[in-house]
Design a protein around this ligand. Sequence first.
Ligand SMILES: Cc1cc2nc3c(=O)[nH]c(=O)nc-3n(C[C@H](O)[C@H](O)[C@H](O)COP(=O)(O)OP(=O)(O)OC[C@H]3O[C@@H](n4cnc5c(N)ncnc54)[C@H](O)[C@@H]3O)c2cc1C
Length: 475
Amino acid sequence: MSTAYDVVVIGGGPGGYIAAIRAAQLGFNTACIDEWKNDKGGPALGGTCTNIGCIPSKALLQSSEHYEHAGKHFADHGIGVGALTLDLAKMLARKSAVVKQNNDGIQFLFKKNKVAFFHGRGSFVKAGEGGYEIAVAGDKPDTIVAKHVIVATGSNPRALPGAPFDEKLILSNDGALSIDAVPKKLGVIGAGVIGLEMGSVWRRLGADVTMLEALPAFLGAVDEQIAKEANKALTKQGLKVQLGVKIAKVETGKAGVKVSYADAAGKDQTLECDKLIVSIGRVPNTIGLNPEAVGLKLDERGFIVVDGDCKTSLPNVWAIGDVVRGPMLAHKAEEEGVAVAERIAGQHPHVDFNTVPWVIYTSPEIAWVGQTEQQLKASGRAYKAGTFPFLANGRARALGDTTGMVKFIADAKTDEILGVHMVGPMVSELISEAVVAMEFKASSEDIARICHAHPSLSEATKEAALAVDKRTLNF
Ligand SMILES: Cc1cc2nc3c(=O)[nH]c(=O)nc-3n(C[C@H](O)[C@H](O)[C@H](O)COP(=O)(O)OP(=O)(O)OC[C@H]3O[C@@H](n4cnc5c(N)ncnc54)[C@H](O)[C@@H]3O)c2cc1C
């Protein structure tokens, strides 16, 4: 007889594993099915985020930043390092070790919370009286029954038409995180979050990086003033970004990759490179899930259709994370996972997309929450804005990293914070203060009146809040 569970989560990425833990905490008999395999064929919980996304990219960003600092910036501090060497194999091995620590950590958390784990692919079989029957295909095939199902099957990289990923010459995020020798010339198609982070890693390690972006504006979703500042800083570092291009053809050969494209002026151009990273977005993943067996509705782009509460077209079937609408971010997936488990328990949680923070881990880092100036202009809402440059921040000067600024945007009348935008050192950490403030519907005056430690980068946040009322103290 099949084992019955109150909640079965399909997918053990940040959305799925967090949903499973929260469901177990709430007293549900919970199972999670995940098919990801490590290089030995064993389980590797954590999904894209842990295995080929957030975690390994940040490990390599950190290593490559150390390398760049040692080579270019330590001397400013009076530190000499002799001849700089790069042991790329060791750097990649460290990245893999960081990934494994995270994989193992999730297995431990499942044990601690008594979440049953099935390693293999989960597919809907049918809906019956006792719940949904789900087949697990893997080393130990099984069939389990679920009263509630949470689908968290994530996403896959989108390939360029006519240029499938081979992970040798044409790389997705997977191959981009494992290049075994620094390419002389690296092409990147798509200058979004993933493209910029991967391009930065390999540029710091010595590659000549050219990025081709279809959109006419650099980081079009980011506040224009912040995007302009980031573009200036990244270009100065040597990242070459061409905007408004139209890719015509990608050819591979012995010499590498040749990309034919039209530039922003419509002129035909070619880019020859040793390897090409394609980072043009991600597509929802329902491969093998067999949604047809139970009539689970997908939209025309392949996303599972859900309402604001992550309810699908079927009773007691929920879907979260990258496989549904909304930003493709690990923390968004996690918040949805917690919220769904709590809804199953009869609670009434809420996930507000307007306070989901975004971060790009380049150097300088870029982070924001809420609305941009261009969005507010388009909506006609009256606002006031204030900025404060890191150049005028004592801690940033001591760090030797004064690029960028913090920008506050507040309602013109009520002073409620509508958006906070940052480019500069460690702004991935600073943005949390803005998220908390916005969740509590704070005004810029609230932040301006809060005591911030000195000297700290967070003083730039306070000063930017003061700038909304044109009363900065240090600039
Ligand atoms: C290079 C890169 C860097 C990124 N950096 C960041 C970052 O810094 N911050 C951030 O917030 N986001 C980042 N992201 C995005 C983030 O990784 C995703 O938003 C997040 O992983 C989505 O979580 P998820 O749980 O929805 O899906 P996933 O993490 O994709 O997990 C889905 C899991 O389900 C499994 N699965 C799928 N189908 C089945 C099935 N039928 N049966 C069993 N198992 C199945 C998959 O094997 C996988 O383990 C990055 C992404 C990439 C590619």
